[in-house]
Design a protein around this ligand. Sequence first.
Ligand code: IPE
Ligand code: IPE
Ligand code: MG
Ligand code: MG
Ligand code: MG
Length: 331
Amino acid sequence: MQTVSTLHDDRTVSKLGGLGAPARDASGRLLPEIWMQDGAKRVEQALARLLNAEDDGETELMAAMRYATLHGGKRTRALLCLAAGALADTPAHMLDDVGAAIEMMHACTLVHDDLPAMDDDLLRRGLPTVHVKFGEATAILVGDALQAHAFLTLSSLNAPGDNRIALVRELAQAVCAEGAAGGQAIDLSLVGKHVSLDRIVAMHRMKTGALVRASVRMGALCAIAEDPAHAALYCALDRYSACFGLALQVVDDILDATADNATLGKTPGKDAAAQKPTCASIMGLQAARQFALDLLRDAGEAIFPLGPRAERLAQILQRADAHLLKHAPCA
Ligand code: IPE
Ligand code: IPE
Ligand code: MG
Ligand code: MG
Ligand code: MG
């Protein structure tokens, strides 16, 4: 099976170093494309190891779980975890598995989001969605099992019990009824309705922002407890992720209306076709675009006080900014 990892240039990565030995240019600037590529590759290797059915034989369920997790994706949430982890001096080996657990949970939400009872999508990451390829019942079970494997991964980490409990709680909070699951329920309830921007923003913060926030916090929580001594750090990270998480969904809404099939790896125009109110439909494309750019700028300002150790988090914002400007240019 070809994975995204096989698309990376291993020689370039190993020559220039990975998270353990960050690749910098002559003036000492961290090269974003190198650490992101290397980080994504390491998380994908962890996913392949953690979702390995060799002992039991490859069941169709496990094949479908690997299909849902190992074929592409920008790996934004895992990279957020790695970036926050680097900031907190979390050991790299721990981050790989935490990043993999986050990507499993993210894939679970995507597989369920694509189901006929939800968004009824046929294409994801440039491939047939899991229910199209494996059937609806298997897709439901893929989501269930990925969620369980995410928690299994966190609870099996080689880390003190308190750290593991903090990570499990963080991920559970992100996808519970007050997080992604609740946000998805609101999303479905708003189909065909005229709603305020505030309502959409609140929904986006739940369905997408909550897991983004957890991804950042989990990278830091591996090494730094959330205690009064670190209140300023967690406050900056929370402000960053609140802005970035919302921006991520606003950009997704904009690109749904503006980008093509090849860029999205998904069917374009789905939100309008399904009569989903989005930031783009309520504000108009140009205002939504400006809203997203402002949010990305605000996210950068939130981590400015953290100084150079937040460099990777800043580079993730720059990547999102460039992606938006490239695929939704100003009218
Ligand atoms: C898609 O997320 C769904 C949203 C919550 C916006 P991504 O755009 O991060 O999807 P992948 O992981 O890169 O495929
Ligand atoms: C999905 O939002 C958010 C999730 C929690 C999965 P969308 O429904 O807009 O995501 P895409 O466009 O299908 O990736
Ligand atoms: Mg959806
Ligand atoms: Mg969808
Ligand atoms: Mg979308």
